[in-house]
Write a protein that binds this ligand. Structure first.
Ligand code: 5RP
Length: 262
C-alpha cells in the first residue's frame, strides 16, 4: 500500500510515525490539523486500538476531532483537559530556530491556543517545509468578518513599516464565498515573500483591531521531526540542541493506510 503513496506522503507518514513515540500512556495530547497531522492521528488511533494506548486527545479543528473519534481516540474540549502534555502538529514552514508559519489549513487559531497550552510542541513535516527565512508561504491572519476591509487596509499600511518583501493581501476563499474558520472568522493571506523579523511582525499584526491571531508561531515549537520519502527521519530538539537520525520502515505501516477515506 505504501508503494502507492507519493514520496511526499511517505515523508509525512515517516515523520508522524516517529513523532508518536513521544506519546505515552495517560498523556493528554493536542492533535494538529492538516495532511501530516492526519497521519499522526491515524497512527495514534492504531496504537489505541491495537496496543490499548490510553490517551485523551484535544483536537485543533472540527475535522481533526472527527477523524480522531473515528479512529477510536477519546477527544475532549481543551477546557476539560486543562493543560496538555504534548501537541503534535504540522507546519507550512519552519526555520532553523523552529519558528513556524502555520494556518495553511485554516486552523491556526485553535492550533496556537492548543500548542501554547502544552508542555511540549512537536512539529512533523516533510523536508521541503524547512526554510532559511520564513515568508515564502503566504502568512495566514485570522480576522473577524466585521469591518474586514478596514482591517486589511490597516495591515497594508503596517506592512510598509515592516521588513518584508511583498505586501499583497488576499482574502481566502472557499469557492465563491470566503473561507470560514471553525471560530466563524475569515482568513487574510499575506504574500510577504520574506519576513525579516518574524517576532516583530507577529507582535505588530496582533495589535490591529479585527485581527484575531496570525500564523507565526514564535518560540512555541520544541521539537521538529523531519521526514523523507525514503523513510529517513531527523529529530531536532531546539531546547537541548540534540539531533537524532533514524529510519522508519514502511513495512510496519500496519493498518494506517487501510482507511484512507479522506
Ligand atoms: C493547518 C496547518 C497545517 O499544519 C499546515 O497547513 C500543514 O499542513 P500539511 O500537513 O497538510 O502540509 O497549519 O492550519
Amino acid at each position: 500500500m505504501t508503494a502507492e503513496l507519493s514520496p511526499i506522503d511517505r515523508a509525512k507518514y515517516a515523520a508522524a510515525v516517529r513523532a508518536v513515540e513521544f506519546v505515552k500512556d495517560g498523556m493528554k495530547v493536542g492533535l494538529g490539523t492538516g495532511s501530516t497531522a492526519a497521519w499522526m492521528v491515524r497512527r495514534l488511533g492504531e496504537m489505541v486500538r491495537e496496543t490499548g494506548l490510553d490517551i485523551t486527545g484535544v483536537a485543533t479543528s472540527e475535522r481533526t476531532a472527527e477523524l480522531a473519534r473515528a479512529q477510536g481516540i477519546r477527544v475532549v474540549p481543551l477546557d476539560e483537559a486543562g493543560w496538555l502534555d504534548i501537541t503534535i502538529d504540522g507546519a507550512d514552514e519552519f526555520d532553523g530556530e523552529l519558528n513556524l508559519i502555520k494556518g495553511g489549513g485554516g486552523a491556526l487559531l485553535r492550533e496556537k491556543i492548543v500548542a501554547t497550552a502544552s508542555d511540549r510542541m512537536v512539529v512533523i513535516a516533510d523536508a521541503a517545509k524547512e526554510v532559511a527565512r520564513l515568508g515564502a508561504f503566504p502568512l495566514p491572519v485570522e480576522v473577524i468578518p466585521f469591518g474586514w476591509t478596514a482591517t486589511r487596509t490597516l495591515i497594508e499600511e503596517l506592512l510598509g513599516s515592516l521588513d518584508v518583501l511583498g505586501r499583497t493581501i488576499s482574502l481566502r476563499m472557499n469557492g465563491e464565498a470566503p473561507f470560514v474558520t471553525d471560530q466563524g472568522n475569515w482568513i487574510l493571506d499575506l504574500h510577504l515573500g520574506r519576513i525579516g523579523n518574524a517576532r516583530q511582525t507577529s507582535l505588530v499584526l496582533n495589535q490591529v483591531p479585527g485581527v484575531v491571531e496570525n500564523g507565526l508561531f514564535i518560540d512555541v515549537c520544541d521539537v521538529v521531526v523531519i521526514g523523507r520519502g525514503d523513510g529517513r527521519v531527523e529529530v531536532r530538539d531546539i531546547n537541548t540542541g540534540d539531533v537524532e537520525r533514524a529510519r522508519v520502515e514502511f513495512a510496519e505501516a500496519g493498518n494506517a493506510f487501510a482507511d484512507l477515506g479522506d
